[in-house]
Structures are given as structure tokens and as C-alpha cells.
Design a protein around this ligand. Structure first.
Ligand SMILES: C[S@@+](CC[C@H](N)C(=O)[O-])C[C@H]1O[C@@H](n2cnc3c(N)ncnc32)[C@H](O)[C@@H]1O
Length: 531
């Protein structure tokens, strides 16, 4: 039987594969409480150590109790001294430890030590023994070991909190079982260099989405491997919103080519993708998803969807490019000039031109350039902030429009306000200006009650049903409606739903991409009849 000895705590050191930084505060507190209340440092809770020479001992089991005893100021610990090798010590540590101590990362570090430090690299029997004593399968073990490699690689440069957060993320990473290895390694590499958990989650979701797309493997093998996808999404250079519709469009194209006896064109498509799917510009890589979608539609000769009148450019330039007296209605939602910050979506960049002076200049230029483009009897519906009633009305009246009415959207939630000099905004407002004498076709009331859209594509997104009612009131099927400030494209989408012709612009490339997918790729029933 092993002897129990009281050993000076100064002569004891931690096990080689354990890190006190890993332990979550609540676990430490629980054990501390245990020790304080139940005296759990008695002989029945002796710590297992092995002698490493010179009256020095290394812990095999009981590291947490050792850490806490040190913190509490206990000088001597009851220990069972075992005469075992370092490798056996690690195996014993793994098989004897309680569940909370045996995190994936600890197992990974143990595996790493055995393979690299003690047993020799890639020793299959080591892995088999490790799996047996931890009850972990081989696939998981290899991921745990990789996570540990990453952790070890960066741990020296991190402070205690960062180490704990990195350890937590490595453990999360270890639990992602069903991802292909290349994806897993891309995440792992990212974790090693960057500690932004939000982007990591976004990217993991992207992979999950792509995994759920039929035939994704074909397109990954052909031109867009997972590692590149992950890398680009981690750098915010692409995401679900663009990859999903592109893969769907490619699948649809292949299906039609096969069904119509044009299967030999599939290789041409793959070749084209290899050459055209990406472009590098200013050191950034861009995914040419719009070109891919258009190319597919060209192949199938079904390109009635077109983005030629939905442009990624400045609203005023867009308005200037329109033919005189061609527009039946303009429904638009320019930046309000309120320095909007979205508390709902973190990390969003500010809305372009949302500074008061810039926004008011836009209203002024919009009104000035729009008048000639509007049909003789037509409406302009324009959202605004109550802070700027006077400059907005002035801009349109100076441009010869007449103020016809003002309408309100009553929301279920509220927006910005400071409760000191102004109440919280539970409504949004829009003016109805007119050129000539148009007729308001439907709708008896000047307010709408709709919840804020739940599919948050844009922080200032409007409810599509409300816009559809406005579309019905100011136009008829096949009329042209424009929105020079598209955001996520809600207004134009409502127009498409109501069989209107559309044209519009959005200056922010990310929102433009979002709107593009919202308008042209969202569901197959969309017959986008842009002019
Ligand atoms: C209030 S948001 C529109 C939100 C949209 N109604 C929706 O439902 O998603 C205004 C948009 O105008 C865009 N914008 C700002 N300045 C612009 C400009 N000069 N030309 C075109 N778009 C502009 C912003 O990027 C922003 O997405």
C-alpha cells in the first residue's frame, strides 16, 4: 500500500499537462468551498504525486486542491507518493481525474506531451492508450492535440484572462466534430492569431449553412474550398448571404443542363469558375458572386433578372442617369442625419452619410435632381427624422414639389431618444410629396402599425407589408418605381412583389450585396423585371 506523507507545498509542482488558468472561477470556488467547509484536505483526499528527485514532487492527481491549498496558505499537504514514470504519471492523471479537470485542452496537452516530449511523434499505440484511458475517440483526440498545439504556440504572449478565453475557445473548437479537417484547421489557425469570438461564431455558422446546401462538395472541390471560404468570412470578405444563393444558382444550372442534354457544358462552367470566381483588388480578395449568378443565368438564357438598373453607386448620380419623366413613383429612405448606432447588431459600421449636414445635402440634391425625372402626375414618398422636418420640406418645396401629406409607421419597439430633451421614438414618419396632381389609389388612413422586421438585414429596415401598401397607393403594375437609397432592398422587393418595374442604388457595398441577394436570389418565384 502507498504511504501517505505530509510534504511541504513548496516542494510540489503542477503536472506538466495541466494549467491552472483553464479553470473557470465557479469550479475553483466550488472546490474552495469544499475545502473550507468540509476540510477536504484530510488524509482521505491526499494528493497523488511522483518523486522527480532532490526531494521534489510532481502532481499526478489533485492539481486543483494543490492550487487552492497554495492560495489559502496551507504549508504541508497529505500526499501519496507513487513510483511511476512521467508518461505513466500523465496516463494516471488522465484516467483518475474528475470530469471538470479533464477539459479537451488538458487531454490535448497530455497527448502532445506524450507524443512529442516523451513517447516519440505519432506513436499509434500512444494514441490508442490515450483513447482507452480517457474514453475519447481517435478523431476527437487528434483535434484536441491540434488545439493544444495552438494553445502552446501562443500561451506565452497572453495574460491570464486571455489564456482562459483562449482555452475556452480551444475547447469549443474541440467539440466541433463534423467539420472537414481543412475547415477545422482554418478555424484553429484563426483562433491562434485572433481572439474575436463573434467572427468565429459567424464563420462556424457559415460552414454549417454551406454544409446544408445540396451538392456543396462539388462547388467546394471545384473553386471554393472550405478553407478559403472560412478565411474570407473571417476577414469579412464574404458570408452566408452571398455563398448560399451562388451555390443554389450553380446547382440549378447544372440540373437544367443535365435535363436538357447539355451536360458537356458543365466542365466549361467549372473552368469559368476557376478563372472568374474571385478577384483581388487593393490587397483584398472579392468573391464575384453576382457575376457567377449572372453567368449561370446567361448559360440558361433566363437572364430576365438583371442588376443593370440596381447599382452600387451614389444615389444622386443614379438619379441623374434616369430618363426625364420616366418615374411613376420614388419611394425612398435616405440616411436621416442622426448618427445612428445600432445597439442590436454589434460591430456594424455607421450608416454612410448619416451625419446631419451630409444627410441634409443629400435630401436637397435628391429633390433638385428628381423633379425632372418624375412623371407629370407622380408621388415621392420619403422617410425622414422629425429632427429635420424643416430642411426636408424646404428641400422638396424648393425643387417645386408640393407637400401632400405626412404618414406614420407605429412600431412595436422604440429607437433612439435621450429621455431628457426628447422622448424615445416609437414611430417613423414619411412625407408624401407630389408633382402635379396624382391620385392616391388605396388606403384610407395615414398611419400603419407593423412590428420591426425580424430578419434583420439592415438596422433601418422597413416592414415589407407596409411598403407594399404604399406601392399599391402610388402606382399600378408595370409602373417604374425607384429607390436611390436601397439599404437591404426592402422597398424594391415590395415593388417586385407587386409587379412593378424597379431601379435603385446603394452606396455601401455590403448593403448592396445584401440587397442584391434579397432582390434577385431570395426565392425562385421572384420574377425581377427591372427596366
Ligand atoms: C435608411 S437606410 C435604408 C434602409 C432601407 N429602407 C431598408 O429597408 O433596408 C439608408 C441607406 O442609404 C445608403 N446611402 C447613404 N448615402 C448614400 C448615397 N449617397 N447613395 C446611395 N446610398 C446611400 C446607406 O448606406 C443606407 O444603407
Amino acid at each position: 500500500m502507498n504511504q501517505i506523507r505530509m510534504i511541504n507545498i513548496e516542494n510540489i509542482s503542477a503536472p506538466p499537462c495541466d494549467r491552472s488558468d483553464f479553470y473557470e472561477e465557479h469550479i475553483i470556488n466550488k472546490i474552495r468551498k469544499d475545502i473550507e467547509e468540509n476540510g477536504n484536505l484530510d488524509l482521505s483526499h491526499a494528493i497523488i504525486v511522483r518523486e522527480i528527485g532532490n526531494n521534489q514532487y510532481q502532481i499526478v492527481n489533485g492539481n486543483l486542491r494543490y492550487i487552492l491549498a497554495k492560495k489559502i496558505g496551507i504549508e504541508k499537504l497529505p500526499c501519496i507518493v507513487k513510483n511511476i514514470s512521467e508518461t505513466d504519471g500523465i496516463y494516471e492523471f488522465l484516467s483518475e481525474n474528475t470530469q471538470h479537470e479533464l477539459t479537451p485542452l488538458v487531454v490535448g496537452l497530455a497527448g502532445l506531451l506524450i507524443e512529442n516530449g516523451l513517447g516519440g511523434r505519432g506513436n499509434v499505440s500512444d494514441r490508442t492508450r490515450l483513447c482507452r484511458c480517457t474514453g475519447i475517440d481517435k478523431g476527437s483526440l487528434s483535434k484536441y492535440i491540434s488545439a493544444a498545439t495552438i494553445y502552446k504556440h501562443v500561451e506565452n504572449n497572453l495574460n491570464c484572462d486571455e489564456k482562459r478565453s483562449l482555452a475556452r475557445k480551444c475547447s469549443v473548437l474541440c467539440k466541433i466534430k463534423n467539420f472537414p479537417n481543412e475547415t477545422w484547421f482554418s478555424f484553429a489557425k484563426y483562433i491562434a492569431n485572433n481572439t474575436d469570438a463573434e467572427k468565429l461564431t459567424k464563420s462556424i455558422n457559415l460552414v454549417k449553412t454551406v454544409e446544408s446546401i445540396e451538392n456543396n462538395q462539388v462547388w467546394r472541390d471545384c473553386f471554393f474550398p472550405f478553407s478559403k471560404m472560412v478565411e474570407m468570412s473571417l476577414k469579412d470578405q464574404t458570408g452566408e448571404m452571398t455563398i448560399k444563393p451562388t451555390f443554389r444558382e450553380l446547382n440549378k444550372t447544372v440540373e437544367v443542363l443535365m435535363e436538357s442534354g447539355r451536360g458537356d457544358e458543365i466542365n466549361d462552367l467549372k473552368q469559368w469558375l476557376n478563372e472568374n470566381a474571385f478577384r483581388v483588388q487593393g490587397g483584398r480578395t472579392f468573391f464575384n458572386f453576382r457575376q457567377i449568378i449572372n453567368h449561370c443565368r446567361d448559360i440558361l438564357n433566363v437572364n430576365n433578372h438583371t442588376d443593370k438598373n440596381f447599382v452600387n453607386c451614389d444615389a444622386i448620380e443614379f438619379v441623374k442617369s434616369l430618363a426625364d419623366e420616366s418615374v411613376t413613383a420614388c419611394i425612398s429612405d435616405p440616411p436621416f442625419g442622426i448618427n445612428f448606432h445600432d445597439i442590436g447588431i454589434s460591430n456594424t459600421s455607421p450608416i454612410v452619410n448619416d451625419i446631419p449636414e451630409q444627410a441634409m445635402k443629400l435630401y436637397e440634391n435628391l429633390a433638385k435632381n428628381l423633379y425632372a425625372k418624375m412623371k407629370k402626375n407622380s408621388y415621392v414618398v420619403v422617410f425622414y427624422s422629425p429632427k429635420f422636418i424643416v430642411p426636408v420640406v424646404t428641400a422638396f418645396v424648393n425643387a417645386q414639389f408640393t407637400l401632400s401629406d405626412q404618414m406614420t409607421w407605429v412600431k412595436n419597439g422604440h429607437g433612439q431618444g435621450n429621455l431628457i430633451s426628447s422622448p424615445l421614438n416609437k414611430c417613423e414618419h414619411f412625407f408624401i410629396f407630389k408633382k402635379g396632381n396624382p391620385v392616391w389609389l388605396t388606403g384610407a388612413y395615414n398611419c400603419f402599425v407593423y412590428p420591426v422586421p425580424s430578419n434583420r438585414l439592415h438596422p433601418m429596415q422597413k416592414p415589407i407589408e407596409m411598403i407594399e401598401s404604399i406601392v399599391d397607393a402610388v402606382s399600378s403594375p408595370n409602373d417604374l418605381i425607384i429607390d436611390p437609397f436601397c439599404g437591404s432592398g426592402t422597398i424594391l422587393k415590395a415593388c417586385l412583389n407587386k409587379n412593378r418595374l424597379i431601379a435603385g442604388a446603394e452606396i455601401d457595398e455590403n448593403f448592396y450585396n445584401t440587397a442584391y441577394c434579397n432582390l434577385f436570389c431570395d426565392d425562385e418565384s421572384n420574377v425581377a423585371v427591372a427596366i
